[in-house]
Design a protein around this ligand. Structure first.
Ligand code: MRU
Length: 344
């Protein structure tokens, strides 16, 4: 599997595949300043927890290039990173990657060194993310039997990472091993990451994929058509609770009711060791327009409110296993999460 061109460092700027336009157009956004990048993250031109984190890490390079070279350099740099941190609150990768970059910046004495060191650090993140994807793919595929039909939610593929994916890395590897019969992708209301992005990714890889409305997933499980559910995550708490795209939690409830294994695939960069449990995770609320309009058409009468959380939290109790680059955590809990990260 060749990594998707989700994000590419050019010479002095970051080029992002504009995911808002997929699948009808494959166009790119060139981020040469922080505001352009912040807008791309907020508006989901680049999205998915690992991709947001790595994009922000390259953003730190842009911040160092574009900050006031004088005495305000350090303050200017950090305020640009604050802007990036303010874009989306749930995916912890954003904060983890920016914290690493702030540390790298503190270790570099002069501006030229800072640019060089931050760029190296961002490139290391790309390399590590690709390697983590390959490893998670192998661990996850080991759990699937031949002829599996699997269901996924949102997009946890190459588009959501440095290019290979988390949940979809498992599916790509299992497909290569001849284990996958078919993939079902939830359409993922309201922004349709499953319909627009996951089906685009899987079909270009030649993997049979059917899209279903989110609300049809439980019926499909009851029919006995699904062998495993495989999703990504935006933040995993110490007790194993996992935040992911809204609609993941009901899927996990339905999987439990129908005794279907429910796997969460996420690299350690998505683990939050400062958050004890899922109820502490901040859930992003998105704009009314995402529900009030569809394809430019008005759906809601004036004055009608919305509740539009971008994510929900699946309790560890409903997760059969978390698959990370270090291995598989069956029935995840504090002890297993801390020990896989070497923190116990
Ligand atoms: O709002 P999005 O599209 O950024 O949400 C993305 C998801 O919820 C993904 O499932 C998650 O980030 C894992 S990506 C490997």
């Amino acid at each position: 599997m060749v990594p998707l061109p989700t994000l590419q460092w050019m010479d002095g700027f970051l080029r992002l595949l504009d995911q808002r336009k997929l699948p009808s157009e494959e166009t790119y956004i060139d981020c040469k300043d922080i505001d352009t990048l912040a807008d791309a993250i907020k508006s989901l031109a680049v999205r998915g927890a690992p991709a947001i984190g790595i994009a922000a890490a390259f953003g730190a390079v842009i911040a160092a290039i574009t900050s006031d070279p004088g005495r305000a350099f350090e303050a200017d740099f950090h305020s640009k990173l604050d802007i990036l941190e303010g874009t989306r609150p749930t995916a912890v990768n954003l904060f983890n990657c920016l914290e690493i970059q702030r540390d790298v910046f503190r270790m570099s004495s002069v501006r030229e060194n800072a640019v060089r060191d931050l760029l190296k650090s961002a490139r290391d993140m790309v390399r590590d993310d690709l390697e983590a994807s390959r490893r998670m793919g192998r661990f996850g595929a080991d759990l699937l039997k031949k002829g599996s039909t699997v269901l996924t939610h949102c997009n946890a593929g190459g588009l959501a990472t440095a290019g290979l994916g988390t949940a979809l890395a498992v599916i790509y590897e299992a497909w290569d091993r001849g284990l996958i019969k078919k993939v079902y992708a939830d359409e993922t209301r309201p922004l349709l990451q499953g319909a627009r992005l996951t089906s685009w990714e899987l079909s270009r890889a030649g993997i049979p994929v059917d899209v279903l409305p989110d609300s049809a997933a439980a019926s499909l499980l009851r029919k006995g058509e699904i062998d495993a559910i495989i999703v990504g995550s935006d933040r995993i708490a110490v007790n194993g609770d996992a935040a992911n795209k809204i609609g993941t939690y009901p899927l996990a409830l339905a999987a439990s009711a129908h005794c279907v294994p429910f796997y969460v695939v996420a690299p350690l960069s998505t683990f939050d060791f400062s958050t004890e449990c899922g109820s502490e995770i901040e859930i992003e609320q998105r704009d009314r327009n995402e529900l009030a309009t569809l394809g430019g058409r008005k759906l809601l009468p004036e004055g009608v409110g919305v509740w539009n959380p971008a994510f929900d939290v699946t309790p560890a109790l409903l997760i059969t296993a978390i698959i990370c680059e270090k291995g598989v955590l069956f029935s995840p809990d504090d002890e297993k999460v801390l020990s896989v990260a070497g923190k116990s």
